[in-house]
Design a protein around this ligand. Structure first.
Ligand SMILES: Nc1ncnc2c1ncn2[C@@H]1O[C@H](COP(=O)(O)OP(=O)(O)O)[C@@H](O)[C@H]1O
Ligand SMILES: [Mg+2]
Length: 395
């Protein structure tokens, strides 16, 4: 079960990478097009890093991929030097100047850059032009990079495009960082293929759960699957997490009953509930704290259902929902009619600092739209509600 799912690590092998065919096609197409660069943006946890990780087999032989993650302490120079040093060689080595051994090649690549600081974007572009193969430089976690470093990447993209270089920059980050990049240098817009990574569809999530269960020799019903998948709110992280704990719950039960565990293991809805319970207990401390902050004090018998109703409320693709959607979800939870006034106060409070804030609010009065500040909170709250039976069977 441990090997069948990977809730905490990005996917790194094509065999366990599911769905995303459209996004993958677009990235590959842009990489193959001279003068085009890529921005992959989307919420945390939707699978951006995983997509960047599995590009290699889709690219031609003459393209190499260097993947680096930015931190707050990085600059254009440190990232580029790290990318060149971490260069993973998976193609026939170029004829000139390099020896056919990976370590020597890594050394040779880093050394191809001018030694003195600061390293300028057009120097890097010129260095790449001298290679007789193309490099894809993936800069992940771009949002962590200090803002003053952003223009250098825009310059780098501009230089590569002007040189008609076959090398490609792939920027990976949340949406705001894309705006920043484009905002700095409007002229690079036409050089950028902007690819939005949406949350996963239920079909894609089902594929993850199904493949994992099959690998772990488990059988399940479509109700079990849909219960897991619908609790994920499109986040593959939760598909891995809930499925893994569900499988473990089934395994534990079999052990406790002294059943032999050599055949296939049958997974039931009861195991899903047990699995979510465990998943909630082991969830990120920050999510637990945010939850407690949101429902603290006052009458828990109303705070909890309102918070759960927000998590269940149908939202648009940017995560926004209105109070009507909360009302509907609350009625479902309560199994009876509810009036807006019952929870209007709570909704207003949830955008206050004192309660996190759990939600943010936009739009004109009377037509307010709400959204979870941390989108991961939605599946967490739903999982918790299921484990605590607040909204049993709703997800
Ligand atoms: N296409 C996919 N198929 C299977 N699992 C995926 C896929 N994309 C992401 N995951 C899983 O989802 C979680 C988050 O993925 P990650 O790539 O780290 O997201 P991001 O970089 O957007 O924050 C990881 O546990 C990863 O294993
Ligand atoms: Mg990532």
């Amino acid at each position: 079960m441990e090997d069948a799912f990977s809730p905490f690590a990005p996917v790194s092998e094509a065999e366990v990478f599911h769905g995303r065919s459209e996004q993958r096609r677009l990235v590959v197409e842009a990489i193959r097009t001279v003068g085009r660069h890529v921005v992959i943006y989307g919420e945390r946890g939707v699978g951006k890093t995983s997509l960047a990780n599995v590009l290699r087999p889709w690219l031609g032989q003459a393209i190499a991929v260097a993947h680096v993650s930015a931190t707050a302490g990085d600059t254009f120079e440190t990232l580029i030097r790290r990318a060149f040093a971490s260069y993973q060689l998976t193609l026939p080595l170029p004829a000139v100047g390099f020896v056919r051994q990976q370590t020597e090649v890594q050394y040779a690549l880093a050394a191809a850059l001018p030694g003195e600081s600061p390293l300028l974007p057009d120097q890097v572009a010129r260095t790449l032009a001298n290679f007789n193969y193309d490099l894809v430089v993936v800069v992940d976690e771009f949002d962590r990079l200090p803002t003053e470093q952003v223009p250098a990447f825009a310059d780098f993209i501009k230089s590569l495009s002007d040189d008609r270089s076959g090398s490609t920059v792939v920027i990976v980050g949340v949406a705001e960082s894309v705006n920043q990049l484009v905002g700095e240098h409007g002229s690079i817009v036409r050089n950028l293929m902007q690819i939005h990574m949406p949350r996963m569809s239920e079909d894609e999530l089902t594929e993850i759960v199904d493949t994992g269960f099959t690998a772990a020799d488990c059988t399940s019903t479509s109700r079990v699957m849909s219960r897991i998948v619908r609790s994920c709110h499109g986040f593959p992280h939760y598909a891995h997490l809930i499925a893994q704990y569900t499988g473990l719950a089934a395994l534990n039960e079999a052990k406790q009953k002294g059943q032999a565990i050599d055949g296939t293991l049958e997974i039931t809805e009861q195991h899903v509930v047990g699995g979510m319970d465990r998943a909630v207990q082991t969830a990120d401390q920050t999510h637990r704290e945010a939850y407690h902050r949101a429902v603290q004090g006052g009458d828990a018998s109303l705070w909890v259902p309102v918070v759960v109703a927000c998590a269940l409320a149908s939202a648009d693709d940017r995560g926004f929902f209105n109070s009507r959607a909360v009302l509907q979800a609350l009625q479902q939870i309560r199994g009876q009619e509810v009036v807006q006034q019952t929870f209007a106060y709570h909704l207003g409070e949830l955008i206050a600092e004192k309660r996190g804030p759990l939600l943010e609010r936009t739009g004109p009065e009377k037509r307010y739209l709400y959204r979870f500040v941390d989108p991961f909170m939605r599946p967490y709250i739903i999982m918790r509600a299921q484990a605590e039976r607040v909204a049993d069977g709703l997800a």
